[in-house]
Design a protein around this ligand. Structure first.
Ligand code: MLT
Length: 388
């Protein structure tokens, strides 16, 4: 039996690999504390679970869902964009519910990329932008970013010919893994670049509501003209602690929504209607749970930063997303530092090199870990770093 050449080019999924390492360490008797995957430890708010239970008891939800999502959900997503970003969307043509934003991100290149077409992938970045491109036969072209430039692409350095041939430019702010945030001015540059080079700007805004120290994350769709060139992805996963439910959306350019919808109707049959109804309840709730959620993550962020600041790290605390992104000690690679923390502290972190070449020399810690384990993990890391 022979597998396809296209999967030979696929790297193993970073967190599947990390899971294997955690399992091996646990099997060796280590009490592992994982700061690995960004998977909220806190439960989905009760009112959302109750709406799911109610809807699941209604047999009409047991049949195939609509391919394009319930009209109520599309309207709730559009209303969220109006309230939160001041962006007016037509729920019929500019909103598409997804089985989690990862699903849409992975499928988008099928709608836009022909074999050999370049896709501009800023790195370090969420691995699915690159992998979705490879699966569609496209050529991921890395756009390196660095701490000195706020982990934001310098568009002037992108080769013009490549940009002209490229079909998609990916962005993701607040960023996974770097936690960098972007301003509306920076999004304006990106929209201009996309329009100049006739490509689709695809922005992953999964962390828009998780920001700290008063920073409010913008949407690329706030930029005038963005609805002609941009698609933005969002999700209930991180905002409502719903990673297991698989519900997200794409919003923006009608052309892109139609194209992605056409791919999806041929591949999947939509989101369980009961989950969609629960999603409507979540989006219509006024997000009352959010201040508490963000305060929890900000407290955890500060706890981790204190450990590294005490140990001599001179970096700023991140302003968004669910991660702390830190340089490794001088001369120590991402993988070596990750291995040292596992060996000396029984603590798992993600190696920055798993997010692209510019992630070498960095590690990522997720804030989605229960307080008591976070406390114990921080103490162990402190001892490992200070030898105290
Ligand atoms: C992560 O840890 O990078 C995220 O949880 C992955 C995801 O959102 O798919």
């Amino acid at each position: 039996m022979q597998t396809a050449r296209r999967i030979a080019a696929l790297p193993p999924y970073l967190f599947a690999e990390i899971d294997k390492r955690v399992a091996a360490a646990k099997a060796a008797g280590i009490d592992v504390i994982s700061f690995g995957v960004g998977d909220p430890d806190l439960p989905t708010p009760d009112f959302v679970v109750e709406e799911l239970a109610r809807a699941a008891h209604d047999p009409s939800t047991h049949r195939y869902p609509s391919y394009f999502g319930l009209p109520d959900l599309r309207e709730a997503i559009a209303a969220f964009y109006q309230r939160r970003f001041g962006v007016t969307l037509d729920p019929g043509t500019q909103v598409l519910p997804l089985i989690g934003s990862k699903e849409g991100i992975a499928h988008l290149p099928w709608a836009f990329v022909d074999p050999g077409d370049p896709v501009l992938v800023p790195e370090p970045g969420y691995p699915v932008y690159e992998v979705g491109t490879i699966l569609a036969g496209g050529e991921p072209v890395y756009v390196p970013t660095s701490a000195d430039e706020g982990w934001y692409p310098n568009f002037a350095r992108v080769d013009r010919g490549t940009a002209d041939r490229a079909r998609i430019l990916w962005l993701n702010y607040p960023s996974n893994p770097t936690s960098a945030v972007a301003t509306l001015d920076q999004f304006e540059q990106a929209v201009r670049f996309a329009a100049d080079h006739d490509l689709l700007l695809a922005h992953d805004n999964a962390y828009s509501e998780i920001t700290y120290d008063g920073f409010v994350a913008p949407s690329v769709l706030e930029v005038p003209g963005a609805l002609d060139v941009a698609l933005e992805f969002g999700s209930l996963s991180k905002i409502f602690n719903m990673t297991g439910w698989r519900i997200g959306w794409a919003v923006g350019s009608e052309v892109a929504i139609e194209a992605l919808g056409r791919v999806k109707t041929n591949i999947d049959s939509g989101i369980f209607n009961a989950v969609q109804r629960a999603g409507v309840a979540a989006l219509q709730s006024g997000m009352r749970h959010l201040p508490g959620l963000v305060a929890t993550y900000q407290r955890r962020r500060d706890r981790i930063m204190d450990v590294f600041w005490d140990a001599g790290w001179k970096v700023e605390a991140p302003k968004g997303a669910l991660y702390v992104w830190l340089p490794t000690p001088p001369g120590e690679s991402s993988v070596a530092f990750t291995a040292r923390l596992l060996k000396k502290a029984g603590v798992v972190v993600a190696p920055g090199s798993g997010y692209g070449p510019s992630g070498e020399g960095y590690i990522r810690l997720s804030l989605t870990i229960p307080d008591s384990r976070l406390e114990e993990g921080c103490e162990r890391v402190r001892k490992a770093l200070l030898g105290a």
